[in-house]
Design a protein around this ligand. Structure first.
Ligand code: LP5
Ligand code: MN
Length: 256
């Protein structure tokens, strides 16, 4: 298991889904990044930071919205350690992006060694094992050979394929039950048993919550990170988790 030593106040946020049509979300996220730079010891962003990431080479000709987002990420990475994790929308983020903003890439999953103790962190899409169609998609796009072939295409071609994939996903999701698109309890239990941790943090499902479970006679906690949407959702959504010596605590954008 890949361990990441993280003393002090660790801030975690995921599922920001930044893109060309999320100006209000981007504004709120930039303010969050500045607050983290001033108050946190480290910032972890475990996946779906971007709504669709088609390859790191986009940063060489970044549109204005992306250039602004990269500046904000670079700013916080200049103040505190910044860790990027890959989600089902931005699994193609890599070393070129990390180096450009001064961030590290999170192992998946990552065993965080915090002042509260060990905490397992992952995006969470891999736990949605009832969703066989998604897991087949995930196996395909996580294959290095597939990624090399995809990244060998032009940016316009990749943008078109990403748009096609987004459309197919939205259509597919309309016929799926909420349960299928949530984590599978057996997969969650297996992860707790494999790693022996008492605390798991993930995003992806957009169902923020603290779940308390009993597994093999031991209390476990599963914390689900909120998604961010300040452009279309009413009320606006967003939030983060802070882990320090006192434990874990959610913070809601609407209450800040
Ligand atoms: O993303 P979201 O919230 O809609 O739903 C997810 C699962 N879907 C996905 C697919 C992504 O949205 C696709 C966009 C990725 C963009 C960046 C990557 C670069 C382009 C890649 C081009 C292939 O993650 C959805 C889950 C849901 O979460 C809840 O967990 O249910 O899974 C599905 O809907 C799976 C379906 O089978 C649809 C998969 C898309 C098929 C795309 C094939 C396009 C052909 C590409 C060939 C090169
Ligand atoms: Mn996701």
């Amino acid at each position: 298991m890949n361990k990441v030593a993280l003393p002090g106040s660790v801030w975690i946020a995921s599922d920001i889904h930044l893109g060309p049509a999320t100006p209000a979300t981007a504004e709120a996220f930039m303010a969050f990044l500045d607050a983290a730079a001033a108050e946190a010891s480290a910032l972890l962003l475990p996946g779906d930071i971007f709504d669709a990431w088609i390859g790191d080479d986009v940063i060489r000709q970044a549109p204005a919205w992306l250039a602004d987002a990269l500046k904000g990420l670079q700013r916080v990475a200049g103040a505190i350690p910044l860790w990027l994790g890959r989600g089902n929308r931005d699994f193609l983020m890599g070393q070129e992006l990390a180096a450009a903003i001064g961030a590290n890439l999170l192992p998946e999953p990552a065993l965080l060694q915090t002042d509260y103790g060990d905490v397992l962190l992952t995006h969470g899409d891999e736990l949605c094992t009832d969703d066989q169609a998604y897991q087949q998609f995930r196996t395909m796009v996580r294959d290095p050979r597939w990624q090399a072939e995809f990244l060998g295409r032009t940016i316009p071609e990749r943008l078109a394929l990403a748009q096609q994939a987004r459309g197919e996903s939205m259509t597919a999701n309309q016929t799926k039950t909420a349960e299928i698109m949530d984590v599978n309890s057996d997969a969650v239990q297996a992860l707790f048993r494999q790693t022996g941790v008492a605390t798991l943090v993930h995003g992806h499902t957009h169902r923020p919550q603290r779940h308390v479970l009993q597994i093999d006679g031991r209390k476990r906690e599963r914390w689900v990170l909120p998604d961010w949407d300040c452009d279309h959702a009413k009320p606006a959504r967003g939030g983060w988790l802070v882990i320090d010596g006192d434990g874990l605590q959610f913070f809601d954008l609407a209450e800040e």
